[in-house]
Design a protein around this ligand. Sequence first.
Ligand SMILES: [Mg+2]
Length: 228
Amino acid sequence: MRPIHAVIFDLDDTLYAEKTYTFSGYRAVAQAHADILGDADKAFRRMCELFDSPNRARVFNVMLEEVGHHDAENTIMKMVETFRNHPPTIELYPEAAAVLKALRPDYKLGIISDGFLVAQQNKVASLQVDSKVDEVVLTDALGREFWKPHHRAFELIADKLQVSHEACTYIADNLAKDFVAPNALGWTSIHIDRPDGIHRANPAPSGGHPAHEITSLAKLPELLLNLA
Ligand SMILES: [Mg+2]
């Protein structure tokens, strides 16, 4: 057994619901491209429907097909740009806000998050998480090749927080990529498995299985104490 001194969180679908970001982006796209998509409220509702359909990866394509728009490739690029750059309306899970506050006096806290830099920066700003943790590392600021499962962000944050790898834990939702690096470095890994998680069906690659699993962040303080 070893005491945990630093608790590092993933952001999307760990501290807030990623789907709420996606829907916030749809709202921005519907409003910015109403000249093509028509009534913004209607277009927004249709995009939300498509998200919960087999067309989730083709929402903008289907929207343009449905209005008979022809310059689709160019327009989709503009819609993606609107989506990625929009200032989102999102909120921390209530238990995430509570757990960050509860752990702050006893642990060094951090966030490691993948995703396009401006989008992740906008999420951090909207959630105001930089004031709730000690360090935020956005992997895209290091370069696209340093997104998880690359080790670099994990090495960097341990260094910034001045803790050994053995004293770190990582809490995240996506088995496909989140735990390969922290496991290899000797961190403790904790999977947060929520029923509404977008990535919950992803299988873990070799070396990517978490050491522990919880279904709510409310269970985290107790688990950390049991690990000590
Ligand atoms: Mg995530």
